[in-house]
Design a protein around this ligand. Structure first.
Ligand code: SF4
Ligand code: SF4
Length: 160
């Protein structure tokens, strides 16, 4: 069991550090629908109360402490069961899957990333997780770039 855990590339520590900061939580149309349903709001009201437009992307707003509007101190994510795809996918973001340096920098902000697991194993486990959770996306103006990993998975498949 210990050996199995030590090979796990990621295990969330529930610290909430990834809920800090502005503009990072980009919502897909599916996220918008899931969240507005969870909150019992019409889509227009959900968008007006909880989001802002950044270019072509729709992002969650933050509160005065610059923390995600859905983060509650001592409780964590108040919409956990309906949280956005990008929150579900972290830390298996495109940049962290592509680039060893990004993966190492991500370890500084996310204690859930196991630094003792090699990057290639982080990538393999990430691809499996993202596929199992239906979080793999193709490029689209509204889609968070972090979720665009279809091409990486295809490249890996081509390499055998
Ligand atoms: S920063 Fe990492 S360990 Fe902390 S809550 Fe986010 S995903 Fe989990
Ligand atoms: S939606 Fe939930 S998990 Fe995502 S950033 Fe906000 S509080 Fe964190």
């Amino acid at each position: 069991m210990v050996e199995q855990l030590s090979r796990q590339a990621f295990s969330c520590r529930m610290c909430g550090c990834c809920c800090l900061g502005q503009g990072g939580i980009v919502l897909t149309s599916r996220d918008q629908e899931r969240l507005r349903t969870c909150l019992g709001l019409p889509l227009a009201e959900f968008l007006a109360r909880y989001t802002e437009q950044q270019g072509e992307k729709v992002c969650l707003i933050t509160n005065q402490a610059n923390v995600c509007v859905f983060f509650e101190t001592g409780q964590g994510c108040s919409v956990h069961a309906s949280k956005p795809d990008i929150c579900r996918a972290w830390p298996f973001f495109r940049g962290n899957l592509l680039d060893v340096m990004s993966w190492k920098m991500a370890q500084d902000v996310c204690p859930g990333i196991n630094p003792d697991v090699e990057h290639r194993d982080f990538v393999s486990q990430g691809f499996m997780y993202l596929q199992a959770q239906d979080l793999v996306r193709s490029p689209d103006p509204q889609t968070p770039t972090a979720l665009v990993v279809q091409d990486l998975i295809e490249e890996r498949g081509a390499e055998g």
